[in-house]
Structure formats: structure tokens, C-alpha cells
Design a protein around this ligand. Sequence first.
Ligand SMILES: NC(=O)c1ccc[n+]([C@@H]2O[C@H](COP(=O)([O-])OP(=O)(O)OC[C@H]3O[C@@H](n4cnc5c(N)ncnc54)[C@H](O)[C@@H]3O)[C@@H](O)[C@H]2O)c1
Length: 282
Amino acid sequence: MEIRRVGVVGLGTMGAGIAQISVQSGFDTVGREVSDELAERGHATIERYLARGVEKGRLSETDRDAAVGRMTLTTDLADLADCDLVIEAVLEELDLKRELFAELDRITRPDAILATNTSALSVSDIAEATDRPERVVGMHFFNPAPVLPLVEIVRGRESSDDAVDAAYRWAEQAGKQPVRCNDTPGFIVNRILIPLLNDCVRVLDEAEVTPEEMDKAMTNGAGWPLGPCALIDLIGVDVHVHASEALHGKLGEKRIAPPDRLVRMQQDGALGRKSGRGFYDY
Ligand SMILES: NC(=O)c1ccc[n+]([C@@H]2O[C@H](COP(=O)([O-])OP(=O)(O)OC[C@H]3O[C@@H](n4cnc5c(N)ncnc54)[C@H](O)[C@@H]3O)[C@@H](O)[C@H]2O)c1
């Protein structure tokens, strides 16, 4: 099926980025927020990033105006009725997502694809809330969505090949680098990266190295573009601890659980870049 019109539910950090990708790639896009104020805030974020693209010479003013013109805002989910693809990016709560998918199932055409950007929940558990689990997939973008190319296209238990392929093709048309995978905890990147980052934090104390030394070691010895401590500061210590707890809850492996040092940092409000201090001061 051809995707022409896209809906994005939730214009927070991820949703605003996904909506921006969509309009910039030429798709008419309806963004839904819970209030006019939040919708305006999401829209302002999209406009700000598009303006930055113009400043940096990546986007012409004409293309920017055309992209902004493709974006419609609403607080009414019913306005997503004509969408061929709806990407959900609301809070990471299973009941909330299930409720939303049940409503989207009633509102949208039966062949529309419903995608979730969940990081840690099961796509299949969300799909079960609908009468069309074969049209439900995961589309896991990475933060910041307009910058990081990867999108994990997640096959739920009952996702059809047609829905998975259509989501994959859309991601390619939107300039992304999609990869298909099964609906397993952490999908691909987080399953590997979360325990790996937690190991790095444990090594800080075991080997008595500073964050600077750890980052120097991993950038120079393993070729990482960014050291693990700088990366956790960028992700946000609270976000990383939460993701570790969620993945640990599903897989039970000790090394996935957040190290005490990170939990203490979270309790002290040292959350990384966003709080002005984490492993480093900002
Ligand atoms: N932030 C990341 O690094 C990242 C990366 C990949 C995936 N994700 C996933 O993306 C999703 C959104 O995360 P985010 O970081 O953009 O969150 P956010 O807090 O920035 O935005 C949350 C959104 O949920 C909406 N919302 C809150 N309560 C709602 C309700 N009752 N009904 C409908 N909408 C409601 C908000 O209005 C907002 O648009 C989550 O599932 C998260 O796991 C996040």
C-alpha cells in the first residue's frame, strides 16, 4: 500500500521529531496532542528545527515553508481518520498505549498501519488491543529522531509482511536507515547498548578510572564516536536508569540492572546534560 497521509500521536520529544521527518519528506501529516497549548509547543519545536536546517544550508526557505504547510495540528483523534500510517509516541505506559490503539482501530480505515514508537513495551501486547494486529508494527526511532538515521521496524507476533514492508519503505522514503527485527525486549540496539553502558559504569569503580579516562579508553580503544559517560549524560541518567529497570524486569540478567552509582546520581539530580551536571559539568 502507498502511504500518503501520516498521523503522529503525541508531539513530545520523539513525536515532534517524527512529525518533522514526515513533513520534510513530503507527507501530509496530522499531529495530535492532548491540548492546544502542547500542540503549539510541538509545532514550535518543529518550526525551530526546520529553521535551523535553513540556517545550516541543509534546507531552502521554500522547502521549509512547504514542510510547515504540510503539518496540521489537532486535539481530536478523529482527525486522523484518513491517515494511511499513524505513529504513536505518547508516554511509555502500556494501558495508555492500548487505550489509544483501540481508539485508533475504531477511527482509521481497516488497512491503515498503526505503529508504536515504544522503546521497552511489547508491540504484540499493544497490538492485542486492536482487531487488526496484523496491521500493527513497531517503528522505534532514536533520539534525536531527525538526526539519528536508524528506525527499528518491529514485527509483532501477528504483524503481516505487508505492514512491515510498508513501514520499512516509508522509513526509507523519509531518508532513514530501517532494519527489521522481532518483538524481543530492547529490540536490537537497546538490548545491546543498555547492558554495555551499565558494564562501563561498573568498570569505573572496579578499575578505578575517571569518566574522562573511561571515555578516552572507549573512543580510542574501541572506536566509539562518543565515550559511554558522555553518552549517558546525553541520554539522561534518569532515562537510562528507567530503560535499564524495564529491560532488567523482562530479561532478569544482573548486568542489565542499573548500577548503584547511576541510581545515586539520579537521586542526587545529576541527570546529565539536561540538569547541567552528570558525569561531566555542562
Ligand atoms: N526520548 C527518547 O529518547 C525515546 C527514544 C525512543 C523511543 N522513545 C519512546 O517514545 C515515546 C514518547 O517518548 P518521549 O520521550 O517523546 O516522551 P515525552 O514526555 O517527550 O512526550 C510524551 C507525549 O505523550 C503525551 N501524553 C501524555 N499523557 C497522555 C495521555 N493521557 N494521552 C495521550 N497523550 C499523552 C504528551 O502530550 C506528549 O506528547 C515513549 O514510548 C518512549 O519510550 C523515547
